[in-house]
Design a protein around this ligand. Structure first.
Ligand SMILES: NC(=O)c1ccc[n+]([C@@H]2O[C@H](COP(=O)([O-])OP(=O)(O)OC[C@H]3O[C@@H](n4cnc5c(N)ncnc54)[C@H](OP(=O)(O)O)[C@@H]3O)[C@@H](O)[C@H]2O)c1
Length: 204
């Protein structure tokens, strides 16, 4: 599958590497343009290319891996998503270490805000509940995979994301709609930072 990734820091780089290793074609973009990603894409191999944000957006599945505070710069109102799958990996931090601060959404949820900012996309929340190094850390026993929660409002879009998650050797667990599952997954939610394992049943 052709996949765009917005954000080329920890999340963007690690997911690009795993998705490319699974045979997907990835275009990664940051705010500074493809030239700034030249060394990175060289390291990541021929399945990963660098592009401008509008090019990365123009893929059937797009991973949102930018800081929460930059989401509105990326999801501008004129974008016609045409039902493409937008995978929201963001967490609602307004600042990072050493002074982590969480946005006060007043009862709203991050992925519902993302979905409102990209109304023509099918938004699926994934890849946000664990630090990336934990997501891909060794599992405690053979035959186990890290559980990766997924939430969304469109069954077909969820299926696309479940497939990608399985391809990169994680175990997708879908937990319902953005409004319910998404809230459980976001910072402060019951599933955030919960590390679980599932016996692997994926066909390989
Ligand atoms: N790190 C983790 O373990 C982890 C785990 C789960 C979820 N998350 C969430 O995933 C998101 C990404 O986290 P991260 O740690 O990889 O990095 P991050 O520091 O949140 O994001 C930095 C990346 O976003 C890019 N960016 C910023 N503004 C942009 C814009 N307007 N257009 C395009 N790209 C832009 C930056 O590009 P430039 O360098 O060019 O500015 C950089 O590549 C965050 O929302 C985070 O909360 C992180």
């Amino acid at each position: 599958m052709n996949i765009g990734i917005l954000g080329a820091a920890t999340v963007g780089q690690v997911l690009a590497r795993h998705l490319a290793a699974a045979g997907h074609n990835v275009m990664i973009a940051n705010s500074r343009g493809p030239e700034s990603l030249r060394d990175l894409v060289e390291q990541l191999g021929s399945r990963v290319t660098a592009g401008h944000v509008p090019e990365a957006l123009d893929n059937p599945a797009v991973i949102l891996g930018v800081p929460w505070t930059r989401v509105q710069d990326v999801l501008t109102p004129e974008i016609d998503w045409g039902g493409r799958v937008l995978i929201d990996a963001t967490n609602i931090f307004t600042s990072y270490a050493p002074h982590f601060e969480i946005d006060d959404l007043g009862g709203d949820s991050g992925s519902e805000i993302v979905a409102r900012q990209a109304p023509s996309a099918r938004v699926v929340k994934a890849f946000n509940t664990l630090p990336i190094e934990k997501m891909f850390a060794p599992v405690p026993a053979d035959g186990l995979r890290h559980v990766l929660f997924v939430a969304g409002d469109d069954a077909d879009a969820i299926a696309v994301v479940e497939r990608l998650v399985t391809d990169i050797r994680l175990a997708p667990v879908s937990i319902g709609a953005l409004a319910s599952g998404g809230r459980l997954m976001q910072l402060g939610g019951a599933l955030n930072n919960l590390e679980l394992f599932r016996a692997n049943t994926a066909q390989e």
